[in-house]
Design a binder for this molecule. Structure first.
Ligand SMILES: Nc1ncnc2c1ncn2[C@@H]1O[C@H](COP(=O)(O)OP(=O)(O)OP(=O)(O)O)[C@@H](O)[C@H]1O
Length: 250
């Protein structure tokens, strides 16, 4: 099977003291569905943002569909971001723009031809079940609809890979479940999916591959997994941090 994503000994520090990712290596095949879990600060968002070059590693390499992206020129980034849809609720919808205009911004940022805009936006909103809200403003739609719009914003580039960071963060359990089913459907259509999540219940229900980060280390990588107990194990994080402190003292 083709390798869609490869991380090869990736490291990221913020300043001298904060190791966000330490020696992280893994590969993901085309069409996989993978959760990245771990406690707050474990490094999930840092890892996911590296896929679209929002963050670059300090050392190590990342390949997406055979192309090494960590050192690719800036001019190639729009093309990379057409391959990778990013659902990032932290970058919410702009309140003064309607749903159509919000999604249009992504079409512009990824340098898509303007003649495709309306057809593509309408089609994507239909795929996620909110075409009827196309002219509404963000404060006129529910949280569940907003999550679908954020998903549409990620899908409008027709990506081969979808990266979703805490996509269910603001949702009640029914809407979260519906959104997960929608991601599963996209996955069945061939989209490779990576989801960063805290939601133990959902991760356990889905039974997908689960990668667990603790203090920036990839401490578990399991198929058809339930929420890995190591993610909740603060002793694991403590152990890693103590080990680092000891090394620094030597
Ligand atoms: N821009 C930044 N500057 C300094 N430190 C940062 C920055 N971004 C993240 N960090 C630190 O890097 C570590 C990993 O952060 P990251 O956001 O990747 O974790 P996370 O697992 O996604 O956490 P959360 O679940 O809370 O979003 C944390 O210790 C965080 O404080």
């Amino acid at each position: 099977m083709a390798k869609e994503i490869i991380f090869d000994h990736v490291n990221k520090w913020y300043g001298e003291d904060c190791i966000a990712l330490e020696n992280v290596s893994f590969s993901i095949e085309k069409g996989e569905f993978v959760f990245v879990i771990g406690k707050s600060g474990a490094g999930k968002s840092t890892l996911l943002k590296m896929l679209s070059r929002q963050i670059s590693p300090d050392s190590g390499k990342i390949w997406i569909q055979g192309e090494e992206i960590s050192s690719m020129p800036k001019s190639r980034i729009p093309a990379l971001r057409r391959k990778i849809g990013q659902m990032q609720p932290e970058y919410g919808l702009l309140a003064h723009k309607n749903i159509y205009e919000n999604i249009e911004l992504t079409m512009c940022a990824t340098e898509q031809p303007r003649r495709l805009f309306e057809r593509r936006i309408r089609q994507t909103l239909r795929t996620v079940g909110v075409e009827h809200r196309m002219w509404a403003f963000p404060d006129e739609i529910s949280e569940g609809e907003a999550a679908r719009v954020l998903l549409a914003r990620a899908l409008v580039v027709n990506p081969k890979i979808l990266v979703a960071d805490e996509p269910t963060a603001n949702l009640d359990s029914d809407s979260a479940y519906d959104l997960m089913r929608l991601l599963e459907e996209l996955n069945r259509m061939g989209v490779t999916i990576m989801v960063g999540s805290h939601d133990r219940e959902l991760v356990s229900i889905m039974r997908k591959r689960v990668m667990t980060l603790s203090a920036g280390r990839l401490v578990a990588d399991e198929r058809h997994a339930v929420y890995n107990s190591m993610a909740a194990d603060w002793m694991e994080e403590r152990r890693i941090k103590n080990e680092r402190a000891k090394k620094q003292r030597i």
